[in-house]
Structure formats: C-alpha cells, structure tokens
Ligand binder design. Structure first.
Ligand SMILES: [Zn+2]
Length: 112
C-alpha cells in the first residue's frame, strides 16, 4: 500500500491502539463482517454521513472514527470524519479543512 502523505497515525496523535483497530477493520474489509458487504465495502459510522451512500467502497479513503470519549466508532469516509472533527475541533486539529469539489465528486488520490 502506498504511503499516505498526511503523516503516520502516530504523528496525528494516535498510537498503536488506533493502528490495531484500523488493522482490524482492514481485515473485516477483506474477509467481510456482520454489518459489511461481501464486496469489501465498509459501512460509514459517522454520525452524519456526507456521502451519497454509507458504503465505503474498496479503494476509497477512510478514517477510523471515534467519539468524544475516544471510543472507536469504526470506519468513516475521510470526508465525514474530517468534517465532524473540524466542527468539534478535536481529532483533526491542525488538519486542513475538507476540500469541497465543485461540479463532480473527486476522489482524493492520496488515500489510494
Ligand atoms: Zn460517510
């Protein structure tokens, strides 16, 4: 998998726990899970999903979301995760605001 340009999880303030939980979801994505689709799509757990569907398709960038008590919520579209964090000013402090693409939805190539 190509390296992400926005820093490691540790640099973003997360530690090994985050990495382990993320790995768990990557495995679920590969093998399928109770609430996921067999095609490898994960369900976005964001409180407010900004995408047309809650499915996170294989190859789409996603973040591991958590609530204000730092309990893992599960995978969320990168866009949903960042916008919510931006509003609360917690997990993504220092990250750029989500980019709004005009005209069409553009896939964020950094996550691919
Ligand atoms: Zn979403």
């Amino acid at each position: 998998m190509p390296k992400r340009s926005r820093g490691t999880t540790t640099e973003r303030g997360y530690g090994a726990d985050h990495q382990r939980e993320r790995d768990r979801w990557v495995r679920i994505q590969r093998e399928g899970g109770e609430h996921e689709r067999a095609e490898g799509a994960l369900r976005c757990r964001a409180v407010q999903c900004l995408m047309p569907t809650r499915w996170i398709w294989p190859g789409e960038a996603w973040d591991l979301g958590h609530d204000e008590r730092r309990q893992w919520r599960g995978p969320e579209h990168e866009k949903c995760n960042r916008s919510e964090g931006g509003i609360r000013g917690n997990a993504v402090r220092g990250q750029p605001r989500p980019v709004v693409y005009r005209g069409h939805l553009s896939v964020d190539a950094r996550g691919l």
